[in-house]
Unconditional design. Structure first.
Length: 143
């Protein structure tokens, strides 16, 4: 029993030091400082990742203590890699600025079709001449 307590006293400080940390911050546009809603933040080498909220804020919990590369992505922006991010126990702060990525598109050419479509009439038309009316007055229900 005495041996158990001695081992427990030596191991207990190690348990306290082995606590996991969390990473929080804000993702913003580098030119306008506007928050980026729905940007993805991931800790490379782990399965940990999250998406920023409507204020551009994110929070990743329960990250083992060590040094990581943090990857941030957002549609229309360059991928941002933060190297050598040290995770300590407690809350670690990392704000990320993302630069817009210009995309070039090929030219779009609009060409008129050589075919023409005749105008269609959705209402039926029936032509009745004056002689047809005189020969059968009241016989045609359309009149």
């Amino acid at each position: 029993m005495k041996l158990f307590w001695i081992l427990w006293l030596f191991c207990f400080p190690g348990v306290l030091l082995a606590q996991n940390g969390s990473l929080q911050g804000k993702i913003m546009d580098a030119t306008t400082n506007e928050p980026l809603i729905g940007a993805t933040v991931a800790v490379e080498g782990t399965s940990l990742g999250t998406v920023s909220d409507e204020d551009g804020k994110y929070l990743l919990k329960d990250i083992p203590q060590r040094t990581y590369t943090v990857k941030a992505t957002y549609v229309g922006y360059k991928t941002n890699l933060q190297f050598e991010v040290r995770i300590e126990s407690g809350v670690n702060q990392l704000d990320i600025l993302m630069e817009p990525q210009g995309t070039e598109q090929e030219a779009v050419e609009i060409v008129a079709s050589p075919f023409t479509k005749t105008e269609e009439n959705l209402v039926s038309i029936k032509t009745v001449g004056i002689e047809q009316i005189r020969s059968n007055p009241g016989g045609n229900n359309d009149i």
